[in-house]
Design a binder for this molecule. Structure first.
Ligand code: AMP
Length: 436
């Protein structure tokens, strides 16, 4: 008796993940192409880091008291007992590489870009997933405000090229270790009498990481935030000058921005400039398809040192691929197809015809002619019907007799006229017909 197949499943993809189906692929291809072309033009080189890193890398750099570290990391123990984490973001791994590979010895700054999956255990909704993709850039080893502005310019031109034109930046400065402590004290003083009104998370944040209070999505906490003191009013002279200079560059570039004194971003490693790229209200995207920010970033002048490297400044941003695609779709932006439409159909008949057909197919590909086939079908009628449906200009038919004689039939689909051509020059003939 034949063995019986034991059925299991069906399986579903894990919550918060997506399958990128072939019909979606043109959007991904378009974004990859634009990002790499623009990044290269601006002097950035591509880097890829592992999807897993030591958990401590993110705990230390993103910050222990952040949502990402407290609630969103996919952390596991390996069989060897190490604690690893699926990367929730791309900057800390690149800072790790910069130190590990001794990139401080390269001409500075080091300009890198990446595209790849990130993982955060979040509540999935439109534009928010557990596995999502970011493209991002980093300039490490340069503290001049021109590099903040240049990264923002690159963000801007990439989105313009993708057709997402009506965007602007929200910007703020988070100061530096000189000016931030005083502000932090003031922020604590502002919130302390209001402790009872804060959400439980913010009550804890008030002790551990008061800047995170400005980041809370809770409605009541948002209301309390309205009158909170602004860091921007407490910047030291150096941070103030740096920020003013970034804004002057943006003015010069005619890139629209809005000061948002409450913008802190969800990661601890930022110093000085922070920004988020957002759709403008007249972007043409319907309310239902509105996504939160398209991307965000900022300066992280203490990150490399924090991770054991020399005191080295850096600035960068990351943007979401899925969010960009959602907006492109909502705006009806067309993308070029990935695979060219076939111009020729290769039909086969009989054992010998079929046997030779795979080789012939490769010959056509090598000649740069997009070709379709249906090798599983043996009826010529059925094959020609498919050729017709595909709208190809020419069908090639390799029958038993033609294969034996070293010929092939070339059929012009529109007129139905057929001609027998020696296999030795069929590509040449075919190219002539396709030109017509
Ligand atoms: P962040 O690293 O949190 O500053 O995020 C930068 C960008 O990545 C955001 O502006 C989004 O475009 C994208 N992003 C962040 N988290 C998610 C997520 N859970 N799902 C989809 N995209 C995300």
């Amino acid at each position: 008796m034949a063995e019986k197949t034991k059925k299991i499943g069906p399986f579903q993809r894990p919550k918060g993940t997506a399958d990128i189906l072939p019909e979606e692929e043109p959007y991904w291809e378009r974004i990859r192409k634009v990002v790499s072309a623009f990044a290269h033009a601006y002097g950035f080189s591509r880097i890829e880091t592992p999807l897993i890193e030591e958990s401590a890398l993110f705990e230390r750099s993103v910050g222990e008291a952040t949502d990402i570290v407290e609630k969103q990391m996919y952390t596991f123990r390996t069989r060897g007992g190490d604690s690893l984490t699926l990367r929730p973001e791309g900057t800390a791994p690149i800072a790790r590489v910069y130190i590990e590979e001794g990139m401080a010895n390269l001409p500075q700054p080091v300009k890198l870009y990446y595209i790849g999956p990130m993982f955060r255990y979040e509540q999935p909704q439109a534009g928010r997933y557990r596995q999502f993709h970011q493209f991002g850039v980093e300039i490490i080893g340069e503290q001049d405000s021109a590099s903040d502005a240049q990264t923002m310019q690159l963000f801007w031109v990439i989105f313009q090229e993708l057709g997402i034109k009506k965007i602007h930046f929200e910007v703020n400065s988070l100061g530096c270790p000189q000016c931030r402590p005083k502000y932090r004290t003031e922020l604590k003083e502002y919130y302390r009498p209001k402790t009872a009104k804060l959400c439980p998370d913010c009550r804890r944040r008030l002790k551990e990481n008061p800047l995170r209070l400005l980041d809370c999505k809770n409605e009541r906490c948002q209301e309390l935030k309205a009158n909170a003191p602004h860091l921007i009013d407490h910047l030291c002279q150096e941070c103030h000058n740096h920020f003013t200079s970034v804004l002057e560059f943006l003015d010069e570039l005619e890139i629209p921005y809005l000061l948002n004194p409450h913008l802190v971003r969800g990661l601890d490693y930022y110093t000085k400039t922070v920004f988020e790229g957002k759709l403008l209200s007249d972007s043409g995207v319907e309310e239902s398809a509105r996504v939160q920010e398209l991307g965000g970033g900022g300066r992280y002048d203490k990150l490399i040192e924090l991770l054991g490297g020399k005191d080295t400044p850096g600035v960068g941003w990351a943007a979401g691929v899925e969010r960009a695609i959602l907006v492109m779709k909502a705006l009806g932006i067309a993308v070029p197809v990935v695979t060219p439409e076939p111009k020729v159909f290769l039909a086969q008949l009989g054992d010998l015809g079929k046997k030779r057909s795979l080789k012939l197919f490769e010959e056509l590909r090598r000649a740069g002619i997009p070709v379709a086939e249906s090798f599983g079908r043996s009826s010529i009628k059925a094959q020609l019907r498919i050729a017709d449906k595909l709208g190809v200009a020419v069908a090639l038919i390799l029958g038993q007799k033609e294969a034996l004689d070293g010929n092939i039939i070339l059929r012009e689909m529109r007129s139905g006229v057929q001609e027998i051509i020696p296999l030795g020059r069929f590509i040449e003939e075919l190219k002539k017909r396709l030109k017509k």
